[in-house]
Write a protein that binds this ligand. Structure first.
Ligand SMILES: Nc1nc2c(ncn2[C@@H]2O[C@H](COP(=O)(O)OP(=O)(O)OP(=O)(O)O)[C@@H](O)[C@H]2O)c(=O)[nH]1
Ligand SMILES: [Mg+2]
Length: 374
């Protein structure tokens, strides 16, 4: 079997409505579910391996369960297949990595939505390796690409995030979720609420999308599913007042995390972008450090458009975390490599499906390894 065969409106009523939680919900720290206990027991062989000689292996690897690896592999399947078909085509009939192979590889990465700037960096690294190692066969290419891309992303200053952990001095930790219409903001919030709760945190949600009909109901359904309270006002009320009440409620209850949903908006809609600033300002009246996280959600299935969107949104407002969703069902997942490399703002979460479990913390090494079938 060959190498590549392996890869197979105006302020209205200011009265906040607290949506009742489902029975299982409680503001006491939740006991780990059977599922989470199961997960923590089924660590992969790699996780059991002692830390590497270089001592570089992140402690976080310990949290990367077999189930999570499977979800990641499944979610990236289409991207992986696309990438490998192209790489296999590039090296077909060649035994060494020559200039032609390198030229073709450039095209592979550009057409895989990695982006031009990051592709150039990857190719520079491969060229260096080929020069240094003198004879490099095409059979080494896969390992080499995996190593070099991992290293490239590791060279960025941001460390991978710790598993849904909230520092004691940042509670309640306020996450405000922003992005254009339909990218998966509300769904990501539902999943985040679930994961933060699973990690033992008390979570409160704020339905500050008061524009779209039924937006609050969508969040309420997530709240009930996860078993966390949702603070909402009537439709058309000022989103900033909902955010204020949600943060105030979280503070009063001693909650650990509060996640604020906002309406979809384009970076060039000045009025709506200004509204985001107002929401932030109003939350600060309750908690001066809020929001701790302004999370921009991007739809990964739009490939390079997601990249452009990030550029424009980040230029228009303060954002300090990124989530890339809908990586399942697309071959454009390579965009995460480009986004992770090109932005100073860390990709914190990736969406790998519509289900509650289909959100993961973005771990660069695991991501790249999964893409290369490892
Ligand atoms: N396959 C897949 N679908 C997703 C993912 N994340 C979100 N979606 C779907 O994308 C659609 C839009 O999701 P929403 O969460 O409503 O998006 P939104 O950004 O809140 O939309 P607006 O509030 O209208 O701006 C829904 O059908 C979600 O199920 C994902 O990771 N994978
Ligand atoms: Mg929404």
């Amino acid at each position: 079997m060959g190498l590549f065969d392996v890869f197979k409106k105006k302020d209205g009523e200011e009265q906040a409505v607290v949506v009742p939680q489902s029975e299982e919900s409680s503001l006491q720290p939740s006991a780990p579910s059977e599922e989470s206990l199961e997960q923590s027991e089924s660590i992969t062989a790699e996780e059991q391996t002692p830390q590497s000689a270089e001592g570089k292996k992140s402690l976080l690897g310990r949290f990367f369960t077999r189930e999570k690896k499977e979800t990641l592999d499944k979610g990236l399947e289409k991207t992986k297949q696309g990438l490998f078909a192209k790489i296999a085509h590039t090296v077909a009939g060649k035994s060494t990595i020559d200039d032609d192979v390198l030229d073709d590889l450039e095209e592979v990465f550009i057409t895989s939505d990695v982006g031009v700037a990051t592709t150039i960096k990857i190719l520079d690294r491969i060229q260096e390796r080929v020069k240094k190692d003198k004879y490099v066969g095409t059979s080494d290419l896969n390992d080499m690409l995996c190593d070099e891309i991992t290293q490239l992303l590791a060279d960025n200053n941001n460390a991978d995030m710790e598993d849904f952990h909230v520092p004691a001095d940042m509670r309640p930790y306020v996450i405000m979720v922003v992005g254009v219409n339909g990218v998966g903001k509300t769904t990501t919030i539902g999943k985040l609420a679930y994961h933060y709760k699973q990690a033992g945190n008390n979570v409160v949600l704020g339905a500050a999308d008061t524009y779209r009909a039924a937006a609050d109901e969508q969040l309420e359904i997530w709240g009930q599913r996860v078993g966390v309270p949702v603070i909402k006002h009537n439709m058309g009320t000022d989103p900033a007042s909902v955010a204020y009440d949600a943060v105030a409620s979280a503070k009063a209850q001693g909650a650990d995390v509060v996640i604020i949903d906002t309406a979809g908006r384009l970076h060039n809609n000045v009025g709506l972008m200004r509204e985001l600033t107002k929401i932030k300002t109003v939350m600060k009246k309750v908690l001066p450090e809020a929001p701790n996280e302004v999370l921009l959600v991007l739809d990964g299935s739009t490939g390079q458009n997601a990249f452009e969107q990030a550029k424009q949104f980040v230029a228009a407002t303060e954002v300090n975390a990124l989530a890339v969703t809908k990586l399942d069902g697309t071959a454009k997942g390579g965009v995460v490599i480009g986004i992770s490399d090109q932005f100073q703002i860390p990709v914190k979460y990736i969406g790998l499906g519509e289900g509650i479990e289909h959100l993961q913390i973005f771990r660069r090494e695991e991501f790249v390894r999964s893409l290369f079938g490892k």
